[in-house]
Structures are given as C-alpha cells and as structure tokens.
Design a protein around this ligand. Structure first.
Ligand SMILES: Nc1ncnc2c1ncn2[C@@H]1O[C@H](COP(=O)(O)OP(=O)(O)OP(=O)(O)O)[C@@H](O)[C@H]1O
Ligand SMILES: [Mg+2]
Length: 262
C-alpha cells in the first residue's frame, strides 16, 4: 500500500469536469506506464457508463457494505479491466450508492469505511501506482470517505466565477478532514478546466491563479467541443493523436505534473 498514491478528484460543484479529469488523467498516467485503478464514487455512474458499464451488480457500494457487515469477498471480482483505455475500474451503482449514503449515518466511524476497505484489500491496492476516485458533486459523507481514504485531492475548477467561488467550502472540508481524520491528506493541485478566451473565463482564471498560486497546476484545460461530444464507450480524449486536439495534449501535460507532484 505504501507506494500506491490515492487521489480523490473532488469538487462539490457539479459539471466542472471531475469525471473527465479522472478518466483522462488516469488514462494518461497509464500511457506513462503506470498501473491505474479508477473508482466511480458517484451515484450518477458517469465514469462507469463511459466504460460501457451500467447498473453493475458488483460495485463500490457493495464492497463498502461488505466492510460494514464484516463479510469476506473476492475483491478481484469487483474490478473490471478496460482494454481500450488501459486502466482498471470499480463501478458505481445508483441505488446502492444512494442507499449507503443514508445507511452510513448509523455506522460507527462512518467516514472511514472506504479507508478500511483499502486497508483490508491492500493486496489489490498494492498492485496499482495510482488509485483515482471520481467523487460526486457534494460535500456529504461519501466525499468524507473519499477524502479520508486518499493521499491527495485533485480539484478541477471550471474557469467561471461561480466555480471559483465554490472553492473555499471544499478547501474548508479538506482542512476538517486533515485535522480530524486524515493528517496525510494533501491538496495535489487545482486545475482550471473548460477555459476559453472569453473575458469571463480569463477573469476567473486570473482569480484562481492569484488566490491559490502554487497550488494551481501550470496546465489548464481548454473548452473543446470534441470533449463534450466524445462518444461514450470509446477512447478517452487523451488517447487522440490528432495534432489539433489541444485537450488531449493538455491532459497528458497535467498527468505529467500529477506524476511529479504525487
Ligand atoms: N474540456 C472540456 N471541453 C468541453 N466540454 C467538457 C470539457 N470537460 C468536460 N466537458 C463536458 O462537461 C460536462 C461535465 O463534465 P464532467 O461530467 O466531467 O463533470 P463532473 O464534474 O464530473 O460532473 P458531475 O458533477 O455531474 O459529476 C460533460 O458533458 C463533459 O463532456
Ligand atoms: Mg462526474
């Protein structure tokens, strides 16, 4: 478990490119020769569906229930290999995730279930250089679990004033988790996403850069229709070799920075 870096991709704001970043950084790290496990930690199943996996019976919530109920299981049966993108993933499932969010209320040490899961299945975690958790858009107990289990949090922030304005609350929650549950947690960095050369984007990027300084990755991600239109069940944008696909090159550069910082 020692050499595996666990990264939670988090922002309570919806639609800021958490899932896009988790997938593309994960696949780009795999391109760099790293072994990568992605975990879909969002009831919306966006990451699972990208990998053509719907309503998976064996999902991350199921694994967490096994921890809560002290049931043994073969964790390998929950891991799916995606050949095209060169990564493994554990899917999410809408109902199970919604149920566990409620059930966790009455569980002792409710924020540590995912951490205990990683500890129990350390032989699986140990196989990977990176475990990347695609978090849901909330500051709820599931996010607490991701932040408690992670070494790092990677924060995608859309180049918009509203997205910028949402960062202090997230950082406050990270600080709470650092103080109370996981002193090893660090902010890996903030990446500006969906940038375009409009005045409002430029202003938002400036505010992010000036406020968070060295926390902000040098790489930022442009808004490009090719990302929004990228077909499901396909290759991650980062695998595109097209010279005009700036976002592919940017996500590869971001993965390089992630690899240096982690
Ligand atoms: N660089 C980009 N250029 C254009 N569209 C993008 C870009 N990055 C992400 N998108 C699109 O923006 C939408 C939101 O992205 P994504 O699902 O990754 O965000 P999210 O933060 O995971 O959302 P949620 O909070 O719902 O989980 C998607 O339709 C995605 O395809
Ligand atoms: Mg998402």
């Amino acid at each position: 478990m020692k050499n595996t870096k666990i990264i939670a991709v988090a922002n309570q704001k919806g639609g800021v490119a958490k899932t896009t970043t988790a997938i593309n950084v994960g696949v780009a790290l795999a391109l760099r020769g790293k072994k990568v496990l992605l975990i879909d930690f969002d009831p919306q199943e966006s990451l699972s569906q990208f990998f053509d996996c719907y309503a998976a019976e064996r999902n991350i919530a199921g694994l967490m229930y096994n921890i809560i109920n002290k049931r043994d299981c073969d964790v390998a049966e929950y891991v799916i290999h995606n050949e095209i993108n060169g990564v493994d993933f554990i899917p999410s499932e809408l109902n199970a995730m919604n149920k566990i969010e409620k059930d966790l209320i009455s569980v002792r040490s409710k924020e540590t279930v995912l951490k205990r899961l990683f500890a129990k299945h350390s032989e699986l975690v140990d196989k990977y250089d990176y475990v990347i958790i695609d978090c849901l858009a909330s500051l709820n107990v599931l996010l607490d679990n991701a932040l408690t289990a992670a070494d790092y949090v990677l924060i995608p922030c859309q180049a918009s004033p509203m997205s910028f304005g949402a960062l202090p609350n997230l950082i406050l929650q990270v600080k709470d988790i650092q103080d109370e549950l996981n002193s090893d947690l660090n902010i890996l960095g903030i990446v500006t996403t969906m940038y375009s050369k409009t005045n409002i984007c430029k202003k938002a990027k400036e505010m992010i850069d000036q406020t968070y300084k060295e926390l902000v990755f040098k790489t930022y991600i442009d808004q490009m229709s090719v990302v929004a239109e990228s077909p499901m069940k396909e290759k991650a944008v980062v695998l595109s070799a097209a010279k005009n696909n700036r976002v592919a090159a940017q996500y590869r550069a971001l993965a390089e920075e992630v690899d240096e910082r982690a």
